[in-house]
Design a protein around this ligand. Structure first.
Ligand code: KMH
Ligand code: ZN
Length: 302
């Protein structure tokens, strides 16, 4: 069996410090949890930055540079920076940090969409404090803007100008057609790394039959020139990761997408989720890709 590339999304921009004491928001904690996740088996570290004083999502260059050198010095895992930032940020703010850091890989969100957070937050929205992201209290009007022009700008600024490869975040079938459009225009080349994002209200739900449809469509559009991974927000995180691996795909876990280890039990770290999934995958006969193997599979130069 092909080794499974495990990505770990360390902190994200949705969860807040009041939701879990284990969510890393200081540069020291983001760096340490990244190193521990890599040691536990993550080949890719998907990273957002945070304002060190408040824990609010940030994409400022300084906030990324507060933890990236420590991660780079401590692991050879692939560093993948978010260009999604937070859905409330303007595109130029979202990409300021990634442009300054010029990472090996970055995310690219493949369509404009509603981004309602009921499945991820549930009753937890009651806990939020005043300074926390307003969209967490009311995401009913939130639009996550990723127009074709935005997508092209990220492809040019991060890909052509800075040599990054992409984690193409596809939240629905239409996003695969958007990716095919950019492939047809010659702005993206394989091997494509597609992240199927499931369970955000506004995108596709985290259901196995939807994953089959996503994969069947991607097979038709991209033939052998792509790899897929799956992330499911909230409690479907681990089950859908196992379905993804069983279908020949790759997996993503991390506190960005789910704060829990199992029902009612907060994950005490990103590494704990990586270790839990690793154990289940190895129990099914899978092996995890090393960073070097992942680089070879994804066409990264390192
Ligand atoms: N938080 C995920 C639902 C990005 O960073 O570009 C999507 C995400 C987007 O990871
Ligand atoms: Zn992200």
């Amino acid at each position: 069996m092909t080794p499974v590339i495990l990505s770990c999304a360390i902190t994200g921009s949705i969860h807040t410090p009041t939701m879990s004491p284990y969510l890393p928001v200081t540069p020291e904690d983001i760096a340490q949890q990244s190193l521990d996740a890599a040691k536990a088996g993550a080949a890719i570290l998907h990273l957002h930055a945070r304002d060190p004083d408040t824990g609010r999502p940030s994409a400022r260059p300084d906030d990324f540079m507060a933890f990236l050198p420590q991660i780079g010095a401590g692991t050879d895992a692939i560093v993948n920076l978010s260009t999604g930032g937070s859905a409330t940020m303007a595109l130029e703010d979202r990409i300021a940090g990634p442009m300054a850091a010029a990472p090996e890989m970055c995310s690219l969100n493949m369509g404009t969409m509603n981004f309602a957070l009921y499945p991820m937050l549930g009753k937890r929205r009651d806990w939020l404090q005043d300074w926390e992201e307003p969209f967490l209290r009311d995401s009913d009007d939130l639009v996550f803007k990723n127009t074709p022009r935005d997508i092209e700008a990220v492809l040019r600024l991060m890909g052509q100008d800075r040599g990054a490869r992409f984690e193409f975040e596809c939240y629905d079938i239409g996003h695969l057609y958007m990716l095919a459009h950019f492939r047809d225009r010659g702005l993206v080349t394989g091997p494509l790394f597609i992240q199927f994002v499931m369970g955000v209200l506004g995108g596709i739900a985290a259901e196995p039959e939807h994953l089959i449809h996503l994969k069947t469509t991607a097979d038709r559009l991209f033939g052998p020139d792509y790899l897929f991974s799956t992330l499911a927000a909230g409690r479907q995180q681990m089950p859908m990761a196992l379905v993804s691996a069983a279908m020949g795909g790759h997996v993503r876990v991390g506190l960005e997408d789910n704060l829990y280890l199992s029902r009612g039990v907060l994950a005490r770290s990103n590494a704990q989720q990586v270790t839990r999934l690793r154990g289940m995958l190895e129990g099914l006969g899978h092996t995890l890709a090393t960073p070097a193997e992942a680089r070879a599979m994804l066409g990264l130069k390192g």
